[in-house]
Structures are given as C-alpha cells and as structure tokens.
Design a protein around this ligand. Structure first.
Ligand SMILES: N[C@@H](CCC(=O)N[C@@H](CS)C(=O)NCC(=O)O)C(=O)O
Length: 216
C-alpha cells in the first residue's frame, strides 16, 4: 500500500489542508506531504491528475484517492478510533460539530479567511451575518465545553477540534473577542503541536494570494 501521501494547499491560507494534516498527525499515521500553491496552473494541472474534485486536501493511499477532509478524517478514525470520543452520544455530537463546520459558517469563511500571517488585526466592521455565526458557534462550543469540562470540546482532543482549529486561528488573526472559557479553548487549539508544526511550515512559505488578504 505504501506510505499515504497528503496533497495540501498553502499552509498560510488553506484551512481544509490544516484540518486533514492535524487529524493525520494526531492519528500517528505516517504520511508524506506535497504542498501546492492554490490558484496556479501548477495546482490545477497536478490536481487534475489526481482527483475529479481537484481540491486539497487529497490523500493518496496506493492507488486510492480520498479527496475530502471529512472522508480523510473518517478513514483515519477507522484505524485510530480514539480520534472520535468513546461515548456514543459524545461521538455523535462530535460528528455533528465537525459536520456543521464542513457544511456551514460561510460568512465567517468568506469575511475572515484564514491567514496565518495576520495577527490581532480586527476588521473595521463585522457584518451582522458574521456576528450571528460567531454567536451560534460560541453557543455550540460553550455547550460542549460546559458538559465536558474541556480543555477540548469533548474533553480529550477529537476530530471535531481539528475542524475548529482554523476558526481559532481566524479569531486570533481578526481579534474576535470571546468569553474566557471559549478563549481558553481557542488557546488550547493554537497550543497543539500539530498547529505549531503547521505554523512553522507557513512561516517558510513566500506564496501570496491577494484575494485572501482582506481589508482591515
Ligand atoms: N469539502 C472540501 C473542501 C476543500 C476545499 O475547498 N479546499 C480548497 C482549499 S482550502 C481548494 O482546494 N481550493 C482549490 C480551488 O478552489 O481551486 C474538504 O472538506 O476537503
């Protein structure tokens, strides 16, 4: 089968790439990496070779292609079941939290794009739709953390936390203020070793995508 090979976008900007990388690192699964600059011919031609969806992250396992973060995460969890909580209800809720991130929060995603080089620089105005999504997210995180006691959503780290890691990074980049318990959660996510490793990769990159650099 060979060592799984993970194709990723710019570490600075690609939030989905970060999630899959964090899951595989936590799983302790050995894998090789290939970083491609988003929105370039190099990206388009390489991705056209490997996946009909042409999105990163894409995991190649021998001849098999897994071209979606949730699918990569579930594949990892089949080998390492502790990536999801042990309790059946906590596990279902962790899947719910990850699925919500996978399918929604479009306003946060559009207005506060991940940019690991941006630190503590608020946008001048936050649209109402963004504020509403931050509130919804805060309520969901608060409910899970209250029940588990933290430090992660379901106590021990799970795939749900990988899915919210880029949100913690965005909140830090755009100085979104949060209640103390939620700030502690974001701090815990940003203090994980897989994020430190990812940030170090981003720090070495010199690819810039102007569209990702939103105005203050
Ligand atoms: N549903 C996909 C979304 C992946 C995605 O949108 N990736 C972006 C980068 S973060 C991408 O590959 N963009 C390439 C493009 O738009 O051409 C997943 O969960 O992996």
């Amino acid at each position: 089968m060979g060592v799984p090979h993970l194709i990723l976008g710019n570490a600075r900007y690609s939030s989905w790439s970060l999630r899959a990388f964090a899951v595989l690192r936590r799983a302790g699964i050995e894998f090789t990496t290939e970083f491609l600059p988003l929105r370039t011919d190099e990206f388009r031609s390489r991705m056209a070779e490997v996946s009909p969806f042409a999105l990163v992250p894409t995991l190649l396992v021998g001849d098999e292609v897994i071209g979606d973060t949730m699918a990569i995460s579930e594949w990892a969890a089949e080998q390492v079941p502790s990536l999801w909580p042990r309790d059946e209800f906590r596990r279902a809720q962790a899947r719910m939290m990850a699925a919500q991130m996978h399918a929604s929060f479009m306003n946060i995603r559009r207005e506060l794009p991940m940019d690991l080089y941006r630190q503590n620089e608020p946008r001048v105005t936050l649209k109402d739709e963004v504020v509403a999504e931050v509130s919804k997210l805060s309520a969901a995180w608060g409910q899970a953390l209250h029940k588990s006691g933290g430090p992660f959503l379901f106590g021990e780290w799970s795939i749900a936390d990988a899915f919210y890691l880029p949100i913690a990074s965005r909140f830090s980049s755009y100085a979104i203020s949060l209640p103390a318990e939620l700030q502690d959660y974001c701090d815990a996510l940003l203090a994980t070793p897989e994020f430190a490793e990812w940030k170090a990769i981003a720090d070495e990159e010199d690819w810039i995508i102007e569209d990702y650099l939103v105005e203050p």
